[in-house]
Design a protein around this ligand. Structure first.
Ligand code: C2E
Ligand code: MG
Ligand code: MG
Ligand code: MG
Length: 292
């Protein structure tokens, strides 16, 4: 009889699954509440060029929950994506990042910084996404050409014509694009020639072991060469040591982001970091796009 079976039985698994569902439901509820109470904040991780100047930052969302403590975005972003909460959360992130961008753009030592913002596939696929970005730019006064949206290949699985049209509309506003975690998705490379991209981001999975693992080194080198031959900027993420940066630089990579440079920081700490690592006044990355 089922009742008498021990661990390893179907009943045990059901109980475990039930517990998981309950935890997930609770987390989901708390996530919704957190959005109402604005218990999220953004941290900013510097991105540097080969001369060591800060050219921009990536905004990374943080949730400090009274109940759960620190919860990694690697955990709650997928949940927010599954439940649709990413839509209001994503808008809040975009608005907050652009408010900060507008503020820095008014300050002489910080005015050249670009702001990279992660955009989930579901967020990008909203029919009013272009309108949303236009509104946020208007509301905050952020310079569009210094805003860089990070998309992953998962946003490219939709109808390619629709993706191209949406990106071109955003580009008309001046917004730039980076492909995040490049090389880890399932899409074909064919999309690269159709999309109005500015940057490829070498996934940290390839960067981590690139000093020891010949295959990872090959992939990193290939992404750098591919990006450059397509006229794109290439940035390496997850750069944890000077040796990593030196190797990537010797392979032609010119932009770097990682704990080896700095962890993601609250805005004030980022400003302090800038006083010791001069920011570029204006760089090729942040110059306005030519018209058309
Ligand atoms: P991502 O966009 O690829 O961001 C890079 C992640 O690597 C960040 O983790 C960053 O803190 C971490 N990182 C940076 N440098 C290093 C390093 O040198 N070594 C290691 N081991 N890690 C490093 P984080 O902040 O936990 O974010 C994880 C992921 O969650 C992000 O990956 C992104 O996919 C998602 N995410 C974070 N913030 C947002 C957001 O505002 N919106 C959306 N849609 N997704 C976000
Ligand atoms: Mg990113
Ligand atoms: Mg990434
Ligand atoms: Mg990632």
């Amino acid at each position: 009889q089922a009742k008498n079976t021990g661990p390893g039985s179907i009943l045990f698994y059901e109980a475990q699954m039930q517990a998981q569902v309950t935890t997930r439901a609770r987390l989901q509820h708390d996530l919704r509440e957190a959005l109402q109470q604005e218990s999220f904040c953004l941290h900013y991780q510097p991105q540097i060029n080969a001369a060591g100047q800060v050219v921009g930052v990536e905004a990374l969302v943080r949730w400090i929950s009274k109940k759960h403590g620190f919860i990694s975005p690697a955990e709650f972003i997928p949940l927010a994506e599954k439940t649709g909460l990413i839509l209001p959360l994503g808008r809040w992130i975009l608005h907050t990042a652009c408010t900060q961008l507008a503020q820095w753009a008014r300050q002489p030592q910080r005015q050249g910084l670009s702001m990279a913002v992660n955009v989930s596939a579901g967020q990008f696929q909203q029919s009013n996404f272009v309108e949303q970005v236009r509104e946020v730019l208007q509301e905050t006064g952020a310079p569009a050409h210094q805003l860089k949206l990070e998309l992953t290949e998962s946003a490219m699985v939709e109808d390619m014509d629709a993706v191209v049209a949406r990106m071109q509309a955003l580009r008309q506003l001046g917004v730039r694009f980076s492909i995040d975690d490049f090389g880890t998705g399932f899409s074909s490379l064919a999309y690269l020639k159709r999309l109005p991209l500015d940057q490829l981001k070498i996934d940290q999975g390839f960067v981590r072991d690139c000093l020891e693992d010949h295959n990872d080194a090959s992939i990193a080198q290939t992404v750098i060469a591919l990006g450059h031959s397509l006229g794109l900027e290439v940035i390496a993420e997850g750069v944890e040591t000077a040796a990593h940066q030196a190797a990537l630089q010797s392979w032609g990579c010119r932009f770097f982001q990682g704990y080896g440079i700095s962890k993601p920081l609250p805005a004030q700490a980022l400003e302090a970091f800038l006083t010791t690592h001069a920011a570029v006044a204006a760089s090729a990355t942040t110059a306005p796009l030519p018209p058309g």
